[in-house]
Design a protein around this ligand. Sequence first.
Ligand code: PLP
Length: 418
Amino acid sequence: MKYSEFGNKFLTDSGILRLMDDLGNAMAEGGKDMLMLGGGNPAHIPEIETLFRSRIEEIVNNKNEFECVVGNYDTPRGEKYFIHYLAEMLSENFGWKVGPENIALTNGSQTAFFYLFNMFAGVHKSGQQKKILLPLAPEYIGYSDVGLTDDFFTTFKPDISHLDNKMFKYQVNFSDLEITDEIAAICVSRPTNPTGNVLTDDEIDKLSNLAIQHKIPLIIDNAYGTPFPNIIFTNAKPIWDRHIVLSMSLSKLGLPGTRTGILVANEEIIEMIVRMNAVLSLAPNSVGVALALSLFRSSQIIEVSKKIILPFYQDKVKKAFDLLSSELEGLDCHIHKPEGALFLWLWMKDLPISDQELYNRLKDRKTLVVPGHYFFPGLKEEWRHKSECIRITYTMAEDIVEKGLKNIADEVRKAYGV
Ligand SMILES: Cc1ncc(COP(=O)(O)O)c(C=O)c1O
């Protein structure tokens, strides 16, 4: 077949394809065979599943509601009541001047990033090729391949501070960060996938001021943040303003299968998203918002996130961190301070084999992780650190996580030859 440039782009193997394929196959087998510590699947939290199960029953038993949810298209902006309740919740809780005109839904936030990135970066009328600045590497693997032109991202090596218990934390290297006129927008995930880092309020304030100064948007990917799903273990101040595009999702709340992303932005940007929805998918999915509607109507989602979701992950991350640290005792291995999201990010200093080779060896032992080098979109400099890290998901059942972490530590020891 002869494909267009657009078609050819999808002929090359992307990291996200490999990752989602591994994840889908392992999940389809119920995790029987594979210790799945590689994907971004949220945990199955029984209380949350009960909430959504009873809501489905309510919808199914309510004749009109069921017919409307599955039998009608929503508008290209998304379901009206859900958007209304969300706007109310954000203005009441955070004092943001947000109305329904500032919100649009998409088929998952992954789709929202395809829209946003290509809407700002790429070739402009002047002929200039503009880029998305990712101020803190490592950054989310899912951004890497969404740009429709090459050379789409730019980033810088981060500062690294070493903390107690052999933890470390990446920080934005503001002295290297330069915003030239080729930068179309700034984007950060907060909490960050893959590291579990949470950019500090000070870092976010500085990025926000840079965005204002250069008249470009600051996109904050809040897939794991507050007020929902609230998988965030530090006190980070939520932020939105007219130059900020805040991306949220129902996925990590426990609804990844419903593909529901949410964007909060100024009216002009939201109008563009609505137009793109209409052209590319007619309307966003209605099922996720129907399941979540009552939680948002009463702002109950905030309590549910604080009282059920947060403690669930806090407990899991602590157990995983403690076990991995003790299994790696004596090695030059460091774990990024887990401040949020679903992952432990392991840095194996001067590891004699690459992250890819470690991935292969672990896959042979039926243990899946994600090699770290995928998470540096836009970093052109050679940096050994990129192949010294892996991302480990801690959301699966305790016995799976435990076996997986022990296999990882064992292979890492072998690789160091100790
Ligand atoms: C940081 C981040 N952003 C966006 C997404 C996309 O999520 P979804 O398309 O399910 O909303 C993910 C998924 O793992 C993620 O980790």
